[in-house]
Ligand binder design. Structure first.
Ligand code: ATP
Length: 196
């Protein structure tokens, strides 16, 4: 079974593209969602987060995301330490999940594949290219936040061009290229590779 990564910058359309693959019966691992679940459910992760951020990092047993975000906003070292806790755990969890899938290929959707060095656990990586102005506009509309806030979120990610150069396949999510036909075509390509 092939293990495929699906990545792209904030608002590039990862969840949207993943949803189309999912309609084609491809199993999807949503890394961001699973990382959040692990931070709430995995005792060893919970203990490590508490030792890094203190008891205030959890409220009624759930991760206090606002508190953590406010701490790491001004403290890049803490962000790195938090990533060092959560990335290896999510990579391991995704591995476990992918190994249990029974389809020709499965997809791990993650914003930070190269940043967390998880590309070596994947056979191919699909990158989504989307113009920055469109990404900003869509995230503002989706999350109801300001342009400044979107830019801040974007700054912590790797340079988009650099990331896309490392991908094996590119999907263009812009306002002039239809998305669904690109996904269907790539689906057939991946099925061919998987069946060889
Ligand atoms: P994040 O990294 O922030 O999780 P993402 O890469 O998963 O974002 P999406 O949530 O899929 O991106 O897309 C961002 C927003 O743009 C969503 O509201 C989505 O519905 C919208 N969107 C994405 N692609 C398209 C498209 N081709 N046509 C219309 N709307 C789109």
């Amino acid at each position: 079974m092939l293990k495929i990564g699906l990545t792209g910058g904030i608002g590039s359309g990862k969840s949207t593209v993943a949803a189309i693959f999912n309609v084609l019966s491809v199993p999807i691992y949503y890394a961001d969602k699973e990382a959040k679940r692990l931070m709430n459910e995995n005792n060893s992760i919970t203990a490590s987060v508490k030792s890094l951020f203190g008891e205030k990092s959890y409220s009624e047993g759930l991760l206090n995301r606002q508190f953590i975000a406010s701490v790491i906003f001004n403290n890049p070292e803490k962000r790195i330490e938090l990533n060092n806790i959560i990335h290896p755990a999510t990579i391991k969890d995704a591995e476990h999940w992918m190994n249990a899938q029974q389809s020709p290929y499965c997809i791990k959707e993650a914003a930070l594949i190269f940043e967390s060095q998880s590309e070596n656990k994947l056979d191919f990586i699909i990158g989504i290219h989307s113009p920055i102005e469109l990404r900003i506009k869509r995230v503002i509309e989706r999350d109801g936040i300001s342009e400044n806030e979107v830019m801040q979120r974007m700054q912590v990610q790797m340079n988009e061009e650099e990331k896309l150069k490392k991908c094996d396949f590119i999907i263009h999510n812009n306002e002039s290229t239809l998305l669904i036909p690109q996904v269907v075509e790539l689906h057939h390509q991946l099925l061919d590779i998987a069946n060889k």
